[in-house]
Design a protein around this ligand. Structure first.
Ligand code: AMP
Ligand code: MG
Length: 305
């Protein structure tokens, strides 16, 4: 078996990455598939392992000690957000510097940067002392991984190593905020909300989605094999489950009162449904505030075919 690939040995991960390898890396959001951002061949292996189109740009992960301005041009707003939320689940999209290669940005003139807060990710980033790309360590279009075992399930044959840092504390991908000289927009919701961002900036920020601004944010993403049915209340959920069961379908039911717990367990629940060969998932949507908005976004994408 390939279980020997799972380790907590950071020195080994540094060795693998330094020689052009690809490593599953825990972050507080989801597990990433890490490679040296400046190593074209290593990044090509990441795209190939995931089956991800190469025009979908990657986020560069940096250590808290790194000088992020070597990678991107920070506006005052970007600087303020980095100071407020890094290390943490916030990705800043800024103009790239000449250091950043086309194979990271898909040829765009912006780069996505993040300093994660997971202690093992920080230790790894400090040790390699360079930027790591780390898109979610799953096959393209499928559900993101939140444990080392999820990474092995999806990419066990393709990765060189997986660092096991336990279950991800947040559970959904980072908030992406685009900071350009004349505008600030939230491109992907996450645990850090627009309200928190507006509080720091003391200004109203826009929100926008779609392929043009953030390629790869496809409508059908985070998709389990089972059909996903979304309902707004527990009562509706129970009714839907009864109806489906009556029609001979096997149902996995998802409902959490606590939204942080919902975020932490969402992807494991979606994966669990597929593993247990359920053909349907009924998910009771969370409230429309805080991380609830990010969960709703991912569930809607999971429900789209
Ligand atoms: P992830 O799959 O969590 O690694 O997030 C990567 C996503 O960030 C991409 O699919 C894009 O939506 C967005 N992104 C990263 N870099 C850029 C960029 N240079 N320009 C626009 N969007 C980007
Ligand atoms: Mg992903």
């Amino acid at each position: 078996m390939t279980e020997h690939k799972v380790t907590t040995d950071i020195a080994k991960a540094v060795e693998v990455l330094s020689s052009g390898g690809i490593v599953g890396m825990p972050t507080e959001t989801v597990y990433g598939l890490a490679a040296f951002a400046l190593d074209e061949n290593a990044v090509a292996r990441v795209f190939a392992a995931k089956g991800r189109p190469t025009n979908h740009p990657l986020i560069v992960h940096l250590s808290p000690d790194a000088d992020a301005s070597q990678w991107g041009e920070f506006t005052n707003e970007a600087r303020a957000l980095a100071d407020a939320f890094w290390p943490g689940p916030l990705t800043l999209l800024v103009r790239r510097t000449s250091l950043v290669p086309d194979w990271v940005t898909g040829g765009r003139d912006t780069v996505a940067l993040r300093v994660p807060s997971h202690p093992m990710a920080i230790e790894l980033l400090r040790a390699v002392n360079t930027g790591l790309v780390a898109p979610s360590a799953n096959k393209f279009g499928k559900v993101s991984p939140t444990t080392a075992a999820h990474v092995m399930d999806d990419l066990g044959d393709d990765v060189d190593l997986v660092l096991d840092g336990g279950a991800c504390a947040v559970g959904v991908e980072s908030t992406i905020v685009e900071c350009l000289p004349d505008s600030v927009s939230v491109l992907r919701p996450g645990t850090i909300t627009s309200d928190q961002i507006e509080l720091v900036l003391q200004a109203v920020v826009g929100s926008s989605s779609g392929e043009a601004r953030a390629p790869g944010m496809l409508l059908s993403h985070y998709s389990p094999d089972a059909d996903v049915f979304l309902v707004e209340t527990l009562e509706e959920g129970i009714q839907k489950k009864q109806e489906l069961t009556k029609n001979g379908r096997s149902v996995h039911f998802i409902h959490f009162d606590d939204i942080d717990e919902y975020a932490r367990h969402l992807y494991d629940e979606l994966r669990h449904a597929d593993l247990s060969k359920c053909d349907s998932i009924v998910a009771v949507m969370p409230v429309t505030s805080g991380v609830g908005l990010a969960i709703r976004d991912r569930l809607m994408k999971a429900a789209t075919r």
